[in-house]
Write a protein that binds this ligand. Structure first.
Ligand SMILES: [Zn+2]
Length: 117
């Protein structure tokens, strides 16, 4: 199940980097000065936020429709069937009932759910 990505704030990403790498590293790179590390952490956070904003803008400008009902996915939870998005819930249950002959109570097709890259 997927939801559209949210764009984090720079401060949030800086906190995540600090928690993940500690005060003197950004990834594998060591900084002897905590101030230098803080500047590098800020630059990396700005880079990651800019990337997330580009991804969100792309997804917003390329809206996708549910392969089952044809309605826009929007902010609704969805799963991937093949390479197409499908609403989780009623659409997925109807698809499973048709494709697999069940009443929608049992899924067992988690292999169809793909993780977003
Ligand atoms: Zn749908």
């Amino acid at each position: 199940m997927h939801t559209p990505p949210a764009v984090p704030t720079i401060a949030d990403v800086e906190r995540e980097l600090l928690a993940e790498f500690g005060p003197y590293h950004i990834g594998p790179i060591y900084y002897a000065s905590a101030d230098d590390a803080a500047r590098a952490r800020r630059l990396e956070a700005e880079r990651r936020v800019a990337h997330a904003a580009r991804v969100a803008a792309y997804l917003a400008s390329h809206p996708r429709d549910c392969v089952w009902c044809g309605a826009p996915i929007g902010a609704a939870p969805f799963t991937m069937v093949g390479l197409e998005p499908m609403h989780v819930g009623r659409c997925q249950d109807q698809f499973h009932a048709l494709a697999y002959g069940n009443d929608g109570d049992e899924h067992g097709v988690d292999a169809l759910e793909l993780e977003a890259a």
